[in-house]
Design a protein around this ligand. Structure first.
Ligand code: NAI
Ligand code: MG
Length: 358
């Protein structure tokens, strides 16, 4: 008996190049769906973003989280506008989504790989004889981005502001369990937990303690805690707090060639809420509207979404097509190529149609 598997996907293109790369990702998804068959992605687009904010004073309409929660997955482009302070767009749109429904999207997954065909900016990060191949895992709901803090004596010379990081045992443990499982499923089975527990002696010491406890359940995973990332070739899966991993994953993206290829998944491992897939990059004001954005980060994110939805064959096809395309030198300008967004997307979609996996 064959029946079509339906996946309801909320699409939020957002702002700037988010709109351009989301269109590219949807094209790749439609191409692979037509080729593989057996499943149907039902897309519903939402206009949340800076334009709506300028018109209505809010990035989103009422009940938007309820609306989103009725989907199986969310695909998101990017948000940001030159006329709107970044903390407003971030706190009105991105962070509420990550914390939606009792903050279930507690892991942010950010893989970085030096693909064939890409010249990374520096060779020092590439292990001898191998290539940079990391999965950065970012705790996605607490730490430094939990929103605790305040300002007093505003406008006065003695004005003060606090930005408080919070860490809970439950929050750390559920995240680190996911990290150990991720490491366990990779050939090298190596997990590095990045903390700064020498200087930050409460929250990050709790991290170290919970890591040591969870490690006991994963005897086959080689776990270590580092205070400073100094030997990239020794890294495989890296787990860190919200802020640390935010910074480290941007660096990892740059080391792998360009932020334009870095994907990310905001996962709810309990699967109670839809998970959200998005390129790591932002709205990129300097290149928006020019057909210059690299679509790879969005297309790779789309592949990760397919995998999360259980469509492994389609996920593999999109991923392999993307890799082959880069290997063949079909690159946008950020990677030293000459292709436009439209051309790079077409190259990948053509390969999705041509190649076979397995
Ligand atoms: P950005 O990621 O938008 O751009 C940084 C640099 O990387 C720019 O030079 C841009 O041209 C380049 N770049 C980014 N994506 C690219 C792609 N796909 N292809 C080629 N080049 C690419 O970061 P920036 O400039 O700090 O932020 C711009 C706006 O985006 C701000 O409003 C910021 O708050 C927002 N932002 C939103 C994010 C999100 O929606 N998740 C993440 C990061 C920034
Ligand atoms: Mg993004």
């Amino acid at each position: 008996m064959s029946s079509t598997r339906i996946h309801k996907v909320a699409v939020i293109p957002g702002d700037g190049i988010g709109i351009e790369v989301t269109a590219a990702a949807i094209e790749a998804l439609k191409t692979v769906q037509a080729k593989v068959g057996g499943f149907e992605l039902v897309f519903t687009e939402y206009n949340y973003g800076s334009r709506l904010y300028k018109e209505t004073g809010s990035y989103t309409p009422k009940d938007w989280l309820d609306t989103l929660s009725r989907h199986d997955a969310i695909f998101f482009g990017a948000v940001g506008d030159p006329d709107v302070p970044d903390h407003i767009s971030l706190w009105q749109l991105i962070l509420p989504m990550r914390y939606m429904l009792d903050f279930f999207q507690y892991v942010n997954v950010r893989p970085s790989i030096v693909f064939e065909g890409i010249d990374p900016p520096t060779r020092c990060a590439t292990p001898a004889g191998g290539e940079l191949d990391w999965v950065m895992l970012r705790e996605n709901t607490e730490g430094e981005y939990a929103g605790q803090g305040g300002r007093s004596h505003v406008g006065h010379p003695h004005e003060v502001a606090t930005e408080v990081a919070i860490f809970s045992r439950i929050g750390i443990e559920r995240f680190l369990r996911f990290a150990f499982e991720t490491a366990q499923n990779r050939p090298r089975k190596l997990l590095t937990v990045v903390t700064k527990s020498n200087a930050q002696r409460y929250g990050l010491v709790l991290w170290d303690e919970v890591a040591a406890e969870v490690a006991k359940d994963f005897p086959d995973v080689d776990a270590m805690t580092v205070r400073m990332v100094s030997k990239p070739q020794t890294l495989d899966v890296i787990a860190a707090t919200n802020l640390h991993a935010d910074i480290l994953s941007d660096l990892a993206a740059a080391l792998s060639g360009s932020i334009g290829i870095a994907p990310s998944s905001n996962l709810d491992p309990t699967r109670k809420a839809p998970s959200l897939f998005e390129p790591v990059h932002g709205a990129a004001f300097d290149i928006m509207g020019k057909d210059l954005a690299n679509p790879v980060a969005a297309i790779w994110s789309a592949s990760e979404m397919l995998r999360w939805l259980g469509e492994d064959r389609a996920a593999d096809l999109v991923y392999e097509a993307m890799k082959s395309s880069l290997r063949a030198g079909k690159k946008t300008r950020d990677l030293g190529g000459t292709l436009s967004t439209t051309e790079a997307t077409k190259a990948i979609c053509d390969l999705i149609q041509e190649i076979e996996v397995q």
